[in-house]
Ligand binder design. Structure first.
Ligand code: F6P
Length: 437
């Protein structure tokens, strides 16, 4: 893994932030350029490095304000774009970017592109928005994004033409893996042209599936809101003989929302996620498990992530959304029908209540902890951009804000480890079978 961060050039300008470089003077400090955070904090990894002093442990650059910056804030022009599916906290990030740039660095030319990368393409015809403190001051109360969003590829050539024409020094790209891949392409095109424009990503997705990022913003709000649906499903299930509550949550490839919500709200008896295949029929299958559960306990709550069990369905691999994702078949509706048919055929009197809160969750405003996270992510993104770093995103690693090269963050998707701690918590909390084979 190459965790080095590219820079546009040497940082020669004194930061306008009134911070200190000394401990003990009761003034907050700049972060030294050489401060790094260990990638692996295990003792075993430390020992391995100790045993060979020539081996430098893998580490990430610590985020935060630098004493010297690359851009002259007075002359700097900045762009912000939000792409992909909605996610709680986007407006918090936009607000914090604008406030930090305007009030702390004195950057007064901040532009918002409408509807994702399409906003950087002249043919789309979208106006560019002047991002001022008065425009953004109250936006964090609302879900969604004031800039609008969209999925889909745009030609990096055309987008970089726009950045060049507008004389932008930094582009902040708020989005998930598709957005970050786009940001990387933009960064590469900028490098080919030898331009001095930084590209800084802010990782957003309720799915929490970005590699080298401990948590994406919006994820915590998403699983917290999911809990209301799980609670509802449980009350309904307990309120009827052989009651079954079935909740479908988002999570195309990664089942973090479903797994985490189920541990946080332990009324769940079974969690199905894309990373752990399950079978429906036979002694080890879901239907057999459900019948046993109803016989012994009289009710059951099942949480299914939208990407789970796709092998049981017949999705058209050629039917893709604008981001190139294969459109999933609805596993929730499929399970509802299958469970209903099987219980009916077995002569079991049952009551099944199906809840799909997906878009209610995704469009909600951030909860306080996510708002805090969004605000600080954005502040660190601004520090990184002003310092001339580029081709990177700001993330949390070992609970510290760090700089992550976009190439590494998009190299693979973060998945729930079926042999790891989170999934073990799920198994211990639900009591469901460890394997459906
Ligand atoms: O942004 C990620 C996500 O929420 C996925 O969980 C989900 O599969 C996808 O977005 C759905 O988005 P859309 O409705 O925009 O296709």
């Amino acid at each position: 893994m190459d965790l080095s961060i590219s820079r546009l050039g040497p940082a020669k300008i004194n930061s306008p932030l009134r911070l200190s470089t000394e401990r003990g003077d009761r003034v907050c400090n700049f972060v030294p350029d050489d401060e790094r955070i260990l990638y692996d904090v295990s003792l075993r990894s430390c020992r391995a490095c100790h045993s060979d002093p020539a081996v430098e442990p893998l580490s990430l650059e610590r985020a935060g304000p630098r004493e010297h910056i690359y851009f002259d804030p007075n002359k700097l022009r900045v762009g912000i774009v939000t792409c992909g599916g909605l996610c709680p906290g986007i407006n918090d990030v936009i607000r914090s970017l604008v406030m930090e740039l305007h009030y702390h660095y004195g950057v007064h030319h901040i532009f918002g592109f409408k509807y994702g990368y399409a906003g950087l393409v002249p043919e789309a015809g979208y106006d560019v928005i002047d991002m001022t403190p008065s425009l953004v001051k109250n936006i964090h109360h609302d879900g969604g994004t004031i800039l609008g969003s969209s999925r889909g590829h745009q030609e990096e050539d055309t987008m970089v033409d726009t950045l060049e024409r507008m004389g932008l020094g930094i582009l902040f790209a708020i989005g998930g893996d598709g957005t970050l891949r786009g940001a990387q392409k933009i960064h590469e095109e900028i490098s080919v042209r030898g331009l001095k424009t930084a590209v800084i990503g802010v990782p957003k997705t309720i799915d929490n599936d970005i590699a080298l990022v401990e948590k994406t913003f919006g994820f915590e709000t998403a699983f917290s809101i999911a809990i209301d649906s799980i609670r509802g499903a449980h009350v309904e299930a307990e309120g009827a003989p052989n009651g079954v509550g079935l909740v479908k949550l988002m999570g195309r490839h990664s089942g973090y929302i479903a797994a985490t919500a189920a541990v946080a709200e332990p009324d769940v008896n079974c969690v199905l996620i894309p990373e752990v295949p399950f079978s429906l029929d036979g002694d080890k299958g879901l239907i057999h498990w459900l019948r046993k559960r109803l016989e012994s306990r009289g009710h059951a709550v099942i949480v299914v992530a939208e990407g789970a069990g796709q092998n049981l369905l017949e999705a058209d691999k050629n039917d893709c959304d604008a981001s190139g994702n294969v459109r999933l078949e609805d596993i929730g509706l499929f399970l509802k029908a299958k469970i209903g048919a099987e219980l009916k055929a077995a002569g079991v009197k049952y009551s099944l209540k199906y809840i799909d809160p997906s878009y209610i969750i995704r469009s909600a405003p951030a909860n306080p902890n996510d708002s805090l996270f969004c605000a600080t992510l954005a502040q660190n993104a601004v520090h990184a951009g002003l310092s001339g770093r580029t081709g990177m995103l700001v993330g949390l690693w070992n609970n510290v804000f760090v700089h992550v090269p976009i190439t590494e963050a998009v190299a693979e998707r973060k998945l729930v480890d079926s042999e790891g701690e989170l999934w073990r918590w799920v198994l211990e909390s639900t009591g469901q079978p460890a394997s459906w084979k």
